[in-house]
Design a protein around this ligand. Structure first.
Ligand SMILES: [Zn+2]
Length: 285
């Protein structure tokens, strides 16, 4: 099990439209994450003495530096989640590189050197994995073509891929906001717990990697943290499911000679004509 928290805060609504910066209702909804959700989640993790991975957009690091520092101070992993939380697949190569560098600089100002990345909105471009490999990243947790980790070969190096999936994401369960519309779900935490517990049990049977993706502005709410507490307790009760950070799993995947290798899978231009190309576009039909 890997517990991941995407600390999107304001970034995901400002990526929709900068006008929301002057919308106190929307800003307050997003600020709940760093202000209330993160401390509550940190307390939960401390209860069990387990470490998690927090994917932090650069904008969050610049807006809430003390919150990000508090996460790091408790020994959790901080990973790269773009700067502005915009869809990478829609960016030009230059835009994507600038956003990537801005995020590195924002984390760097807090003394953080990330080794892992998750694309915002599940929107990597065909260039993203190469860029990560060029910068010495060890893993990404973005692609959904598997439920066990594997090694993603690029022309610039090898990344471990730790596949997430919407079934283990809190957006389909809890995301509700009328403007901008980020979702229409206010499901019972009992239902979310059922979905995630059933998947945990089945993944344990099959030897899969369970990558939970939660967002503090959603899952930091009281009954939702309680459900997460139950999920962690159930998992620990199995006695044979380690709870690790994404970086720890990535190192195991790199070290394991049995790890499978894949290449980026798309259905447009053959991959070998695209991978490593700074000048390619993302026009994939
Ligand atoms: Zn995000």
């Amino acid at each position: 099990m890997v517990l991941t928290f995407d600390v999107d805060a304001e970034s995901c609504v400002l990526a929709e439209d900068a006008k929301y910066a002057d919308h106190p209702g929307v800003m307050s909804h997003q600020a709940y994450g760093p202000q209330v959700g993160v401390p509550r989640i940190l307390a939960l993790l401390a209860e069990f003495n387990i470490k998690a991975t927090f994917f932090v957009p650069g904008r969050t690091a610049d807006t809430w530096p003390h919150v990000v520092e508090a996460i790091a101070a408790e020994g959790h992993e901080i990973a790269h989640h773009s700067y502005a939380h915009r869809r990478l697949v829609d960016m030009s190569a230059d835009e994507e590189r600038r956003d990537f560098d801005d995020a590195m600089a924002a984390l760097g100002r807090l003394g953080i050197v990330p080794v892992g990345h998750r694309s915002p909105l599940s929107s990597p471009s065909v260039r993203t994995a190469n860029m990560l490999a060029q910068h010495g990243f060890r893993y990404q947790s973005t692609l959904m073509d598997d439920d066990r980790p594997y090694l993603l070969d690029t022309t610039d190096g090898v990344l471990a891929e730790l596949p997430p999936h919407w079934i283990l994401d809190d957006f389909p369960q809890y995301a509700f906001l009328p403007d901008p519309v980020i979702g229409n779900a206010v499901e019972s935490p009992r239902k979310a717990l059922e979905v995630w517990s059933l998947e945990m049990a089945a993944m344990r049977d099959l030897g899969c990697l369970f990558v939970l993706c939660n967002h503090p502005f959603l899952s930091g709410r009281p009954s939702r943290v309680q459900a997460l507490r139950e999920l962690i307790g159930t998992t620990l009760d199995y006695g044979d499911v380690p709870i690790l950070t994404a970086a720890e799993v990535a190192e195991r995947v790199h070290a394991d000679p049995e790890s499978r290798h894949k290449r980026l899978h798309t259905t447009g231009t053959p991959a070998d004509q695209r991978i490593g190309s700074e000048h390619s576009t993302s026009n994939i039909s």
